[in-house]
Design a binder for this molecule. Structure first.
Ligand SMILES: [Fe+2]
Length: 272
């Protein structure tokens, strides 16, 4: 059975839009067994039965014409569905990845996400000289967007009790890397449920979400403090590229030159 037989219907317009887009598409499924090197709660993992964790629909379009526009512009529109679930004491998440370096530059490709249903926490971590120098947890609600800037790896966490459905635009040819997250067993912080057991009490950092305890990932040695943020804190980044943070970003298929920053991030200033 694939996820498309279970499309969430909590928001009618989102569900219709999604159904249109993902119809006849078979998702790639990330299973728990694929997440062995990324989860926090190893003791739980070792006893847990294998299960479907999230669903990735790649290269979607509403019609052939729009698919052609995307193809000609080397851009892809994807949807990922992350049902609510606990991975032991940790909230469910994607395994995380780094983007490839743009040829003849020293910066990586970028990406833009939009939450279609539920709520995401985008954990973004910046790499400089093989060190993680900044970490943000960006709380992003339905309709909001989150840009992944150059040289940031990212993990998406669903710490809500709703089905997270999110879309992304990205350059269509580069391959993501998983090594850094794999070698360190995930990102610089884990989002654990705030249940107060003894094993979860170490190394806590402040959060604006009472349900989450952020635990430093000791495999990194040192990590910077996590900056708890909201999507709206970064609306200026969307606006810089002429993208209205309040308008569904699928529509950019008809304004596709605005997505040039995904293909040529080196042409743009990323400072405020
Ligand atoms: Fe990405």
């Amino acid at each position: 059975m694939t996820y498309r037989q279970n499309v969430p219907c909590s928001m009618f317009h989102v569900s219709c839009f999604m159904t249109d887009l993902i119809r006849d598409n078979i998702p790639n499924i990330r299973f728990l067994s694929d997440m062995k090197d990324f989860v926090f709660d190893v003791a739980w993992f070792e006893k847990a039965p294998n299960a479907e964790i999230y669903y990735m629909y790649r290269g979607l379009s509403k019609d052939k014409n729009e698919m052609e526009i995307m193809g000609k512009n080397n851009l892809r529109y994807d949807i990922t569905v992350v049902p609510p679930k606990m991975l032991g004491s940790e909230f469910t998440k994607t395994i995380g990845h780094e983007h490839a370096i743009v040829p003849n530059t020293n910066i990586t490709y970028t990406e833009i996400y939009e939450v279609l249903n539920g709520e995401a926490i985008y954990l973004l971590q910046k790499y400089e000289n093989n060190k993680v120098t900044k970490i943000y947890a960006v709380h992003t609600k339905a309709g909001e967007k989150c840009v992944i800037p150059p040289n940031y790896g990212h993990v998406t966490i669903n710490a809500s009790n709703q089905e997270l459905v999110m879309a992304n635009w990205v350059e269509s040819h580069f391959k993501s890397g998983y090594t850094l997250f794999k070698n360190n067993r995930g990102a610089g912080y884990y989002a654990l449920a705030n249940v107060g057991t003894k094993s979860l009490q170490r190394d806590l950092v402040p959060t604006n979400n009472a349900g989450i305890k952020w635990i430093k990932n000791e495999n990194y040695g040192e990590v910077p403090d996590i900056k708890i943020s909201e999507a709206k804190d970064f609306n200026w980044l969307c606006e810089k590229f002429g993208i209205d943070p309040a308008v569904p970003m699928y529509n950019l298929v008809n304004d596709i030159e605005k997505l040039d920053f995904l293909k040529h991030p080196q042409k743009y200033s990323w400072d405020r």
